[in-house]
Ligand binder design. Structure first.
Ligand SMILES: Cc1cc2nc3c(=O)[nH]c(=O)nc-3n(C[C@H](O)[C@H](O)[C@H](O)COP(=O)(O)OP(=O)(O)OC[C@H]3O[C@@H](n4cnc5c(N)ncnc54)[C@H](O)[C@@H]3O)c2cc1C
Length: 486
């Protein structure tokens, strides 16, 4: 790579000052480097005014700014920090690059279609001004077309992808980028830009309840969560499906915004996997699912608007007033963000209520703090059976048996639905089937303190099998009423 007098590091979904590929390369090849983050109004304008993701980013930027300052100080450079701008990135970044008279801008890859369009725009404007844009892989271990089938095609099935992923892995893929070793080239922020990170109010947002959640922010928060998780990673395979148990890592929002390095996580998990720890192997598989969905989006970008399998676009989902009422009822369910629950509620929306998976996908995109286009789209297409390596269409979760199986003592239900807490374990998973005496003594009044069911699962199941008949392949049809794995 060329060397430059001046460079600009543009942070996006990589909010950390450790093991950051683009930051490392910028510091290594430039004599002076400034760092910028843009609160991009092209993204922010569409969000609700109280949005925990924006609050999470803001808190994480405060820590990133302090970390850069400390790195500079360690190398005897005072006044280093993060320049934070507010406006459309497509204008802000080229303008700042020209103001600082840099020769190159450095950023990490972002393969979401909107991000690619943004980067192409910025690339063009920078090139026009004679400035280069260098971008690096950082967000995943393998990206784009790095892991392919023997025929040279992108994978659409997970298990062979995972096997190829593990086979392709070398120590080089997990090696950290030692930012601190090259940080002497961090440059002091020019006085016009030397301001504290803007508050939420400064960028037109309202306070959220983020600080009340058990979700620490920034690099330090991510590392605390990971240290805590490593203590119980060996039990991950047994605990991960039970929403009332502290089983998973709770790191998804940190992975989304890059406050922790995927190389670090994968490296720890991989070493434990080599030692035969089943929990670590299972967790490593989840990190590989993450890479898998990212490569699906990069190689099959049509998934953003359409089913991965085209025949699934012919399914006639419910529509009109009734569909909107059912959807509104579904939206009001207030639960945690656990993967098992996402699978169950997604299946319920699509296969019990007959609502198009894209409605659910959009709703999650608005509400999830860890919303990630590739994983969210992959999860919804999996649940609706339209995705690559999705569950078969005739696999329809029974919400009551899922609840009995994964929350057997109803700890999760009692925590989030205190109105049902007084029901015995045997009745709490399906209150509408409880005996009258049980309901009365628990103070539950169906239709008043707790809603009546909006659908009958058995009927909905049959309707879904009919609805999905358009995708049947000859010879692969399950008999109607087949209870496949629900
Ligand atoms: C309908 C639906 C929508 C989803 N939407 C999102 C989303 O917007 N953002 C998101 O990060 N995950 C999404 N997932 C995947 C999964 O539910 C979350 O990653 C997981 O619940 C996050 O909790 P955790 O960090 O404790 O995960 P852990 O169990 O500790 O897993 C570790 C990491 O692996 C990755 N991972 C785990 N499972 C998956 C998966 N199935 N697909 C892709 N990556 C995975 C995540 O980055 C996660 O943080 C969705 C799943 C479904 C079924």
């Amino acid at each position: 790579m060329n060397t430059y007098d001046k460079g600009l590091m543009w942070f996006r979904r990589d909010l950390r000052a450790q093991d950051n590929a683009a930051l490392y390369h910028a510091l290594k090849v430039c004599r002076q480097v400034w760092c910028v983050f843009v609160f991009d109004t092209d993204i922010l304008d569409a969000l609700p005014r109280a949005d925990r993701r924006v609050a999470f980013i803001r808190e994480s930027l405060v820590e990133l700014d302090a970390a850069l300052r400390a790195l500079g100080r360690d190398h005897g450079v005072e006044g280093v920090g993060l320049i934070v701008m507010h406006g459309p990135s497509v204008k802000a970044v080229p303008a700042l690059a020209q103001e600082l008279a840099v020769q190159a801008v450095f950023a990490n890859h972002d393969d979401e279609p909107a991000a690619k369009a943004r980067d192409a725009h910025v690339f063009g404007d920078l090139a026009h001004a004679g400035i280069l844009l260098h971008s690096h892989k950082d967000h995943v271990i393998f990206e784009r077309r790095e892991v392919l089938t023997q025929m040279g095609n992108a994978f659409g099935v997970f298990t062979p992808y995972k096997n190829a992923w593990l086979k392709a892995l070398t120590p080089e893929h997990l090696k950290a980028h030692p930012v601190a070793q090259v940080a002497s080239t961090l440059a002091p922020v020019p006085t016009t830009w030397a301001k504290p990170v803007p508050t939420l109010a400064d960028i037109g947002f309202e306070p959220t309840n983020l600080s009340q959640l058990p979700l620490p922010t920034g690099m330090s928060g991510a590392h605390r969560l990971f240290e805590d998780f490593v203590e119980r990673i060996d039990r991950y395979d047994e605990t991960r499906n039970f929403p009332a148990v502290k089983g998973p890592s709770y790191l998804s929002v940190h992975l989304r915004f890059g406050t922790i390095s995927i190389r670090h996580l994968a490296s720890v998990a991989y070493q434990m996997h080599l030692k035969g720890l089943v929990g670590a192997s299972t967790w490593l598989s989840e990190l590989i699912w993450r890479d898998f969905y990212h490569q699906v989006m990069a190689n099959f970008p049509h998934v953003v608007d359409k089913a991965f399998k085209p025949e699934y676009d012919h399914i006639k989902f419910e529509h009109g007033k009734h569909a909107k009422e059912l959807f509104a009822a579904w939206c009001e369910g207030r639960t945690d963000m656990h993967n098992r629950l996402r699978m169950v509620v997604a299946s319920f929306l699509v296969k019990d209520l007959g609502i198009h998976w894209q409605w659910g996908e959009r709703y999650f995109a608005e509400k999830l703090i860890d919303f990630d286009l590739a994983a969210n789209n992959g999860g919804w297409q999996w649940a609706s059976s339209s995705g690559c390596d999705a569950q078969p269409y005739f696999r329809i979760f029974n919400p009551v048996s899922q609840s009995e199986k994964f929350d057997p003592q109803a700890k999760f239900i009692r925590r989030y639905l205190p109105e049902l807490a007084g029901l015995p374990d045997a009745a709490i998973h399906a209150p509408w089937l409880a005996r009258e005496m049980e309901l009365i003594s628990a103070g539950v009044e169906l239709g008043k303190t707790y809603p009546r069911p909006v659908v009958d699962h058995a009927v909905a199941r049959e309707q879904t099998l009919l609805r999905y008949a358009v995708v049947k392949k000859p010879g692969k049809t399950p008999a109607s009423g087949n209870k496949a794995a629900d």
